[in-house]
Ligand binder design. Structure first.
Ligand SMILES: Cc1cc2nc3c(=O)[nH]c(=O)nc-3n(C[C@H](O)[C@H](O)[C@H](O)COP(=O)(O)OP(=O)(O)OC[C@H]3O[C@@H](n4cnc5c(N)ncnc54)[C@H](O)[C@@H]3O)c2cc1C
Length: 363
């Protein structure tokens, strides 16, 4: 909990302090007032309030970025995070300016550190339910505590559904990769194996040849490549290996070889796979968000350019939304943009309230 401005030499008062002061004097603060509770259901933990201006669910790059902009907009924010970032298995975050190669956990630590001056609280744990109310939303934490907010931002990310091949999960994010922009440089010029559906073989090879000329396409069963695609692969020196993959061999996060059911052993440095993405939580469904039905963004929440969903006051950002691309840079941008959109709507609503029923003056 941060309330660092209270009692400072310049006598500055946080908005929370102002709200608590006014609330204790019995003044009505608006449709969903932020009421400070020094004691009560949230006491004894870092959560001391049961109402916030905005709750952000998800403390990855998208959620922390949203919290930063909201905190700097003088709003009271709760970030709830169950701590399972999508890129957690990777050694470093790549392609994100000023932090190229920073371990994912360290990026989050820096993000949280930079939130300290603002009115941003954290709850370490999952949000298990959320519902729309007249004045905003109510979210339920795992311990059944309920927190109210006026705007809700879901930054809950997506989960990769991995191909079911023994040994693959252990190498995920190191010897088995899904994104050349994230990991390709580290494997440039090396022998790559590629495991994608036949209809994506040419498209994937076209991309991956940018990083290595040594590609082996695994058909993982009888080949279903069209003659035209086979000719293209041959022309571009992409080796095609037919046969079902039995398991992967590796150690210390390094891929050593791919074992086929017929006994062959292919030594390769990296395996590129296509994963299926699914929402990491059913909160979008519980809140009746419209999802993308099919195509590469299937399952992602439909949003406008500000991250707004079909549900008023609800924003979805980062991998979970259909905006941008699934990357850290995009997640940070989406979080920032949605936070600006949400706070602007928040202030506009306040300004429309009759005098005396409006917000407490911010500094
Ligand atoms: C192996 C791998 C490596 C990658 N490497 C890179 C890279 O180098 N560069 C790059 O740009 N991108 C990379 N990516 C993509 C990157 O991880 C994502 O684009 C990025 O993490 C998206 O950020 P996010 O905040 O939307 O989601 P996440 O980072 O996945 O964070 C979502 C957070 O929400 C939490 N959460 C979910 N549900 C709930 C709930 N109900 N209650 C509370 N909390 C909840 C999760 O625990 C998690 O902490 C990689 C992806 C993978 C799989």
């Amino acid at each position: 909990m941060t309330n660092e401005k209270i009692g400072t030499d310049d006598g500055a008062m946080t908005r929370r302090h102002a709200l608590a002061t006014v609330a204790s004097a019995g003044v009505l603060l608006g449709a969903v007032p932020a009421v400070a509770r020094e004691e009560g259901p949230m006491a004894g933990s870092s959560r001391r309030f049961d109402r916030y201006d905005v709750v952000v669910v998800g403390g990855g790059p998208a959620g922390l970025s949203a919290a930063l902009v909201l905190g700097r907009a003088c709003l009271e924010v709760l970030v709830c995070d169950s701590g399972k970032g999508r890129n957690a298995p990777a050694a470093g975050v790549h392609g994100f300016l000023t932090q190229d190669g920073t371990p994912p956990a360290e990026l989050r630590r820096i993000g949280r550190e930079q939130l300290r001056p603002y009115e941003v609280d954290f709850h370490e744990g999952a949000v298990v339910d959320a519902r729309k109310t007249e004045g905003g939303f109510e979210i339920t934490l795992e311990n059944a505590q309920v927190v109210a907010c006026r705007k809700l931002i879901l930054a809950t990310g997506m989960v990769d559904v991995l191909p079911e091949i023994p040994g693959l999960r252990e190498l995920w994010g190191t010897g088995v990769i899904h994104c050349p922009y994230c990991h390709g440089w580290e494997h440039r010029g090396q022998p790559w194996a590629v495991l994608v559906p036949p209809e994506e073989a040419v498209e994937a090879s076209t991309l991956l040849l940018g990083w290595s000329p040594h590609l082996t396409l695994l058909t993982n069963g009888p080949s279903r490549l069209t003659p035209k695609d086979q000719a293209w692969l041959k022309e571009h020196a992409v080796e095609v290996v037919e046969g079902r993959v039995e398991r992967l061999e590796g150690d210390g996060g390094r891929l050593r070889a791919i074992r086929l059911e017929d006994g062959r052993r292919l030594e390769r440095e990296v395996l590129f796979v296509r994963t299926q993405l699914r929402q990491s939580t059913d909160l979008p469904k519980r809140l009746n968000c419209a999802l993308v039905a099919d195509g590469p963004k299937a399952g992602m929440v439909r949003t406008d350019p500000f991250g707004a969903t079909s549900v008023e006051g609800l924003y979805v950002v980062g991998d979970a939304s259909d905006a941008g691309v699934p990357s850290v840079a995009s997640a940070v941008a989406e979080g920032s943009i949605a936070a600006a959109g949400a706070s602007r709507t928040f202030f506009t609503e306040d300004a429309r309230r009759p005098a005396g029923d409006g917000p407490v003056r911010r500094k």
